[in-house]
Design a protein around this ligand. Structure first.
Ligand code: NDP
Length: 500
């Protein structure tokens, strides 16, 4: 079979792939890795190779950083009036929306994601996020200060200004390849920085397409460079490059620590958006049906491959059976299939390796004595499909409770005393997100401050807003994506002291 044999429906959206081999974009020019090596990009629903992207290494990264440095030093971007940077970012957001069919098809091809989710999250919310960040280009500001400088003679004028940090190295994962790339690129560009982006080797296609759209929008060559390749080669070269002044990373805690160490070596700034094992605490007064719907979305949306997924559910014993039964009904009723089928509610996992990892977690939960309430099996002989899975009666020491599965596997346990529930919720090395389900304002206000997480939802889970900072505490990372905090993270604060 032709390895690039796509159905006409898929091809319609993915015209970009007519060449099959899609090059890096460095200094506005598309081309292969200097080594001439390529990596396959595979559709996880069919396990067919759909494209090839460059297998870049340190030489390609060096070219890309040099290109970003030239663009930064030449002031073609940072020297623009902020209102002009804003206008060009608006144009980029329009182009992203205009190419919604193509970008969402590429996303589904490379990751198996439902095309509706790709359209809503990676494309539509991604474009809105670019517009949100575009607005910050004209709103970054410093402060003027009264001062008490004890040196007589001149009058002193003191103020601060925010300046772009320089060349940014951005490394993003495979779960929301376009959206998370935009979470890094848009604030960096709004602040006046230039960027080298390394997407995951599993999902490079939308990032490459984005680089072309940025050029079409009028963003100067070299301002956004995209270099594909493996984490251990291209990624490692990018984080070690002394020309990179800020590293912005989303991925696993293990690799995040490697990125942090490399950043400190060069005294580069860094933001790390890492793993999670997010708890949902359901109080006695919660609405069980609302909980079941919200948690099903929280853990099964995009097959649970979401850093903030509601992977641990702690339910007051009075609601335990009811919530479990409703959740099991939802899980068992989900339509599993291709992301290109509009009727599909649940697609494949993103790669064969990840599929094997998730199946291993399911096997360990069964072996450790958790009660299987729904799912737990592979679906179809081909493709990376696993059933939405729920384990009840889980205990604190089980692997499925302690470690991030990053898949559609929910661990549920009952509680009698709210103090035990709060302790269990916080009994994790992670601290990315949490949710609380209650009808009581008093419960909400008393418990929210006690949940150790960067983001807490009440009667909801996984709801993001461009303006609300997203990031973790503990082993879930440092720094924030989204919101004002993100754009300020791409600036240095300069203090100015003037004798007049
Ligand atoms: P990784 O942390 O391995 O990868 C994330 C990104 O880092 C990818 O672009 C990867 O490239 C790159 N990378 C890998 N190794 C290095 C390195 N030594 N130096 C620089 N860059 C590197 O995460 P995975 O994608 O493999 O997922 C593994 C686990 O991480 C998941 O199961 C989940 O637990 C967590 N995760 C968390 C996410 C979040 O949103 N917080 C998102 C995705 C994953 P490449 O893919 O080419 O190897």
């Amino acid at each position: 079979m032709n390895p690039f044999d796509l159905s006409s429906q898929q091809l319609q959206g993915a015209k970009f792939l007519s060449e099959r081999r899609v090059g890096n974009v460095i200094g506005g020019v598309s081309g292969p890795a200097l080594s001439g090596r390529w990596l396959p990009v595979t559709d996880p629903a069919t396990e067919m190779v759909v494209a090839e992207a460059p297998d870049s290494d340190a030489a390609d990264i060096a070219r890309a950083v040099a290109s970003a440095q030239r663009a930064f030093d030449s002031h073609v971007w940072r020297g623009l009036r902020p209102a002009d940077r804003e206008k060009l970012l608006f144009r980029l957001s329009e182009l992203i929306e205009r190419h919604a069919d193509e970008l969402s098809a590429l996303e589904t091809l490379q990751s198996g994601k439902l095309q509706g989710i790709a359209r809503a999250i990676d494309v539509q919310a991604g474009a809105e996020f670019v517009r949100y960040m575009a607005g910050w280009a004209t709103k970054l500001e410093g402060q003027t200060l009264d001062n008490s400088i004890p040196i007589p003679g001149p009058q002193w004028v003191t103020y601060t200004r925010r300046e772009p940090v320089g060349v940014v190295g951005a490394i993003v994962p495979w779960n929301f390849p376009l959206a998370i790339a935009l979470w890094k690129i848009a604030p960096a560009l709004a602040a006046g920085c230039t960027v080298v982006l390394k997407p995951s080797e599993d999902t490079p296609l939308t990032a490459l397409r984005l680089a072309h759209l940025a050029l079409e929008a009028g963003i100067p060559e070299g301002v956004l460079n995209v270099v594909c390749g493996r984490g251990a080669t291209a990624g490692a070269a990018l984080i070690a490059h002394p020309g990179v002044r800020k590293l912005s990373f989303t991925g696993s805690t293990a690799v995040g620590k490697v990125v942090g160490h490399a950043a400190v070596e060069n005294m580069a700034r860094f933001t790390l958006e890492l793993g999670g094992k997010s708890p949902a605490v359901v109080m006695e007064d919660a609405d069980p049906s609302q909980v079941a719907q919200g948690i099903a979305t929280g853990i099964f949306f995009h097959q649970g491959q979401v850093c903030t997924a509601s992977s641990r559910l702690l339910v007051h014993r009075s609601l335990y059976r009811r919530v479990l039964d409703e959740l099991a009904g939802i899980a068992q009723g989900m339509r599993i299939g291709s992301g290109f089928d509009a009727a599909t509610q649940f697609g494949p996992l993103t790669s064969k390796a990840h599929f094997a990892r998730v199946m291993d977690f399911i096997a360990s939960a069964k072996a450790e004595g958790a009660t299987l309430v729904a799912g737990g099996e592979r679906v179809h002989d081909a493709g990376c499909f696993v059933q939405p899975t729920i384990f009840a009666d889980t205990t604190a020491q089980m692997r499925v409770v302690r470690e991030e599965v990053f898949g559609p596997v929910l661990a549920v346990a009952p509680f009698d005393d709210v103090e035990d529930a709060i302790a269990a919720a916080n009994d994790t090395p992670y601290g990315l997100a949490a949710s609380l389900w209650t009808q009581s304002l008093s419960h909400a206000h008393r418990i929210v401050p006690r949940l150790q997480a960067g983001v807490v939802w009440v009667n909801a889970h996984n709801v993001l807003d461009a303006g609300l900072p997203l990031g973790g505490i503990k082993q879930s990372g440092t720094g924030r994506d989204l919101g004002r905090a993100a754009v300020e993270g791409f600036t240095e604060l300069k203090s100015v002291c003037m004798a007049v």
